[in-house]
Design a protein around this ligand. Structure first.
Ligand code: C2E
Ligand code: MG
Ligand code: MG
Ligand code: MG
Length: 277
């Protein structure tokens, strides 16, 4: 009996595995030419200064609209791009497109004069030998001031290779580029990273913000991240601000910047321009 169950269990597992692998391979295949076919687009989510509610920047977020599959979630296709190495070609395209868009807005719209753009960079992209050059090339090609480019890294991107990553980030910061740690607080060793890796800011993970008003521990942790950030002189950003109540308490605790559905959804360039006008 046990043996039969085992065999059955194994079969089931193997079938599910096959399907998952097949789906990934299919996505990888489809993703390969997606940029060239115009299926990949950037949307931009506004980032506000909490003190006076002023728009200060945007985060560029990638979208994939597949003709048959529809919208594929970034959490899915970014992972496929990262695992398959496709990020090596998509990453630099995203970087340059985001810089170009920010520069165009700065020049065309008075409300966007000092606007920064924040670009997500995956672990593999950060580690590729040419990353610093990619950044320099994107800035040179678009004319964006380095100080208005922010790079968002997750804690997993800086784990391990701290010495080399620290050096790389130091070089980018010397240009004026700002480095932010994304989804901050979800990794266990957030504080120790801040000692070894030079960053200009942290983005408090939205899971803390989501439960802040219900869970005293999350509120305490959020407050602690804000004071810790300020005591070491870095910018603190809250992501996933969905309600006015969350916004008010973050402002009261001195959080510098905020981003989230209550403040503004990610928007296609056209819609963003309407907002700016
Ligand atoms: P992230 O960098 O932490 O981006 C924030 C995510 O939260 C975005 O999801 C955004 O749409 C969503 N969000 C913003 N405000 C709210 C809110 O108030 N409530 C909730 N529930 N969500 C909110 P998205 O666009 O699905 O992106 C997911 C992740 O995919 C990003 O997380 C980032 O890690 C990655 N990603 C997106 N675009 C790129 C890219 O161009 N390159 C790389 N390497 N990764 C990217
Ligand atoms: Mg981000
Ligand atoms: Mg985040
Ligand atoms: Mg995230």
């Amino acid at each position: 009996q046990a043996k039969l169950d085992g065999k059955h269990g194994y079969r089931f597992y193997s079938l599910a595995m096959d399907q998952a692998v097949e789906r990934r391979m299919h996505l990888e295949h489809e993703l390969r030419g997606a940029w060239a076919r115009g299926e990949l687009d950037l949307v931009y989510q506004p980032v506000f200064r909490m003190e006076d509610n002023r728009l200060t920047g945007v985060e560029a977020l990638l979208r994939w609209q597949h003709p048959v599959l529809g919208a594929v979630a970034p959490s899915v296709f970014i992972d496929v791009a990262e695992q398959s190495g496709l990020i090596d070609t998509i990453g630099p395209l995203v970087l340059e497109a985001a810089c170009r868009q920010a520069r165009a807005w700065q020049q065309a719209l008075p409300a966007a004069a000092g606007l920064f753009v924040s670009v997500n960079v995956s672990p593999r992209q950060l580690r590729s030998a040419g990353f610093a050059d990619e950044v320099r090339r994107a800035l040179a090609a678009t004319g964006l001031d380095a100080r208005q480019l922010h790079i968002e890294l997750t804690e997993t991107a800086v784990i391990g290779d701290e010495l080399r990553v620290g050096e790389l980030l130091g070089g980018l910061r010397a240009l004026g580029v700002k480095i932010w740690l994304d989804d901050f607080g979800t990794g266990f060793s957030g504080l120790s990273h801040l000692r070894r890796v030079p960053v200009d800011g942290v983005k408090i993970d939205r899971s803390f913000i989501a439960d802040m008003l219900r869970d005293p521990d999350d509120l305490a942790l959020t407050s602690a991240i804000i004071s810790m950030g300020h005591s070491i002189g870095i910018t603190v950003v809250a992501e996933g601000v969905e309600t006015e109540g969350q916004f008010d308490i973050l402002r009261e605790r001195g959080c510098d910047l905020g981003q989230g559905y209550w403040l503004g959804h990610p928007l296609a360039p056209r819609a963003f321009e309407d907002l700016l006008r």
